[in-house]
Design a protein around this ligand. Sequence first.
Ligand SMILES: N[C@@H](CCC(=O)N[C@@H](CS)C(=O)NCC(=O)O)C(=O)O
Length: 237
Amino acid sequence: MIDLHYWTTPNGHKIAIFLEEAGLPYRIFPVNIGKGEQFKSEFLAISPNNRIPAIVDHEPADGGAPLAMFESGAILLYLADKIGRFIAKDLRGRTDTIQWLFWQMANLGPMAGQNNHFSNYAVEKLPYAIDRYRNEVNRLYGVLNTRLADRPFIAGDYSIADMASYPWIVPYERQGQKLEDFPHLKRWFEAVRARPAVERAYEKAKTINPNQSGIRTAEERAILFGQTAASVAAAKR
Ligand SMILES: N[C@@H](CCC(=O)N[C@@H](CS)C(=O)NCC(=O)O)C(=O)O
């Protein structure tokens, strides 16, 4: 049994998609990040960066105590290795999958996150910041589009690299991007979206958090956008 500590955001969707694809038994522990539940001491004990997602694997391969993990890329890699699926077994295929997984973690996710912040959440509309991140996301969508020109999925076969990137393409409109400009990305996006496991993951999200609008209340904004080291230190006391 896997415990998934989760909220209905792109990084959360990645792991829900994996678990649905894998058919592994799992239970969801919602962590409402708008309400500050990421600062609860039980959650910080498994995710010290106060971010979802995190997992606890109650049956790790070494037969030892339950194993807790945070960081979605590390979790995807761990789970893929655990079941021997969604990552190529040969050296070159495995390396390819891992490098595109890291590409998502270091580029597409953080840049899309900042793009969303400055375009949709920042009270002060800063043209420099908005342009900077929208352009960078546009560049990254272009990188993915080129990558997908001559293969069905990011690392050839469907893999954790696709599960990591897909949730960051879903909000392409909020990202100020047009899928029509990226035909290979669009074809891939539609293929991943049509997978029954992906559909199930997003359906489950709606039951956990019916408010998928992305609109934040003043209370949520204070919790999410005003964090300093003191926020975590205060939570640990
Ligand atoms: N690199 C981390 C990023 C996780 C992350 O940013 N999670 C967001 C939701 S998508 C979160 O938990 N935010 C809570 C907060 O900002 O306090 C990962 O991929 O797991």
